[in-house]
Design a protein around this ligand. Structure first.
Ligand code: NAD
Ligand code: IPM
Ligand code: MN
Length: 365
């Protein structure tokens, strides 16, 4: 009997809704594989602000660090949008990523055959898309200094940030990306803005240097504006994409729409050691929170990534992925992936129950 300690960070908005489904699914998949989970729920984001006055309480970080893996829902909401920077829910999430040292964020975008018609792209463009965005997560403009507010020569108020990457940060994410490409189809596209930005010029130089250790991988470089266009024009040209923190944030939201919905995209954030952080790429979706409309599959698939990348429990991960496929085969759809004439549409508060019911029996089959 294997035992793992999992930190659950439900957060805000739809976070608690999607975490509760993912927790049930983890429990069941675990029980089928002789795995026992001990869950500890801790506050983060707006929920933590309301409870403790800070977006990442020390205790949350220390519990997370001591656990085997961390599963997060989402953070943020209107209520805290005008808070000072250090009191924003988003700051708590960035502190958590930095605190866990999870510099490599894997964001797979796979167009499932059941959902080809949910994509806003033509069937022949979307069908068969299977790509992985490797996003650098603890550097770049999100963390670069100097940053802040001030005044310019004319006395006008300014806000400023710095895009900065050191060689070690580029090299380590490049290694993760080449290794990822090696396990996939052997193609890596590095996305940057090396025609304008010094940080990108260094990025391109180091990625090219690291490539010499991976002669079996076909490396290409692309500017981010072109990459944004190519993702829509011909997404099947991509296998693995490696990019910086902010470009990865934007391109992965864009890639999510190839699959039909941002409610489908999971992620794994990994460091050199210690527990990984697993979270859907979407946010707290305050516009649909509390209405049982949220698609829980991005979080459920993040739980599968937790099992695979965080715990090395491949069989349990597969069980969850199979359960998702069976659920979709049966026609269950939340509103975001419902396309008329395909499957059974569920609206409003009815949504959540069919998901829960259909996922549970299927995990064991
Ligand atoms: P969002 O991802 O929360 O929502 C964008 C749109 O997608 C909304 O219309 C929402 O209803 C929809 N959507 C998102 N997830 C969905 C799901 N699972 N099922 C169905 N529909 C879904 O992005 P936003 O509106 O720009 O941001 C809202 C808040 O979330 C902000 O406070 C932002 O800072 C925060 N945020 C947090 C994270 C995170 O926790 N990792 C990520 C992104 C945004
Ligand atoms: C994400 C989010 C976060 C990011 C925000 C909420 C800090 O958009 O996880 O993609 O920009 O990384
Ligand atoms: Mn984002």
């Amino acid at each position: 009997h294997k035992r793992y300690n999992i930190t659950l960070l439900p957060g805000d908005g739809i976070g608690p809704e999607v975490i509760s489904v993912a927790k049930d699914v983890l429990k069941l998949a675990g029980s089928q594989e002789g795995i026992e989970f001990r869950f500890q729920e801790m506050p983060v984001g707006g929920a933590a602000l309301d409870l403790t006055g800070v977006p990442l309480p020390e205790e949350t970080l220390s519990v997370a660090k001591q656990s085997d893996a961390v599963l997060l829902g989402a953070i943020g909401g209107y209520k805290w949008d005008n808070n000072e920077k250090h009191l924003k829910p988003e700051t708590g999430l960035l502190q958590l990523r930095a605190g866990l040292g999870v510099f490599a964020n894997l964001r797979p975008a796979t167009v499932l055959p059941q959902l080809v018609d949910s994509s806003t792209l033509k069937k022949e463009v979307a069908e068969g898309v299977d790509l992985m965005v490797v996003r650098e997560l603890t550097g770049g403009i999100y963390f670069g200094k100097p940053r802040g507010f001030g005044t310019n020569e004319k006395g006008e108020e300014i806000g400023f940030n710095t895009e900065v990457y050191a060689t070690y940060e580029i090299d380590r994410i490049a290694h993760v990306a080449f290794e990822t490409a090696r396990k996939r189809r052997g193609k890596l596209c590095s996305v940057d803005k090396a025609n304008v930005l010094e940080a990108s010029m260094l990025w391109r130089k180091r990625v090219t240097m690291v490539a010499s250790e991976y002669p079996d991988i076909e490396l290409s470089h692309m500017y981010v504006d072109n990459a944004a266009m190519q993702l829509i024009r011909d997404p099947k040209q991509f296998d693995t994409i490696v990019t910086n923190n902010i470009f990865g944030d934007i391109l992965s939201d864009e890639a999510s729409m190839l699959t039909g919905s941002i409610g489908m995209l999971p992620s794994a954030s990994l460091g050199e050691s210690g527990p990984g952080l697993f979270e859907p790429i979407h946010g707290s979706a305050p516009d649909i929170a509390g209405q049982n409309k949220a698609n829980p599959l991005a979080t459920v698939l993040s739980a599968a990534m937790l099992l695979r990348y965080g715990l090395g429990e491949e069989n349990a991960a597969k069980r969850i992925e199979n359960a998702v496929m069976e659920t979709l085969d049966k026609g269950f759809r939340t509103g975001d992936i419902f396309s008329s004439g395909k499957g059974l549409g569920f609206e409003g508060s009815l949504l959540f129950l069919p998901w829960g019911r259909s996922l549970r029996p299927n995990v064991s089959s």
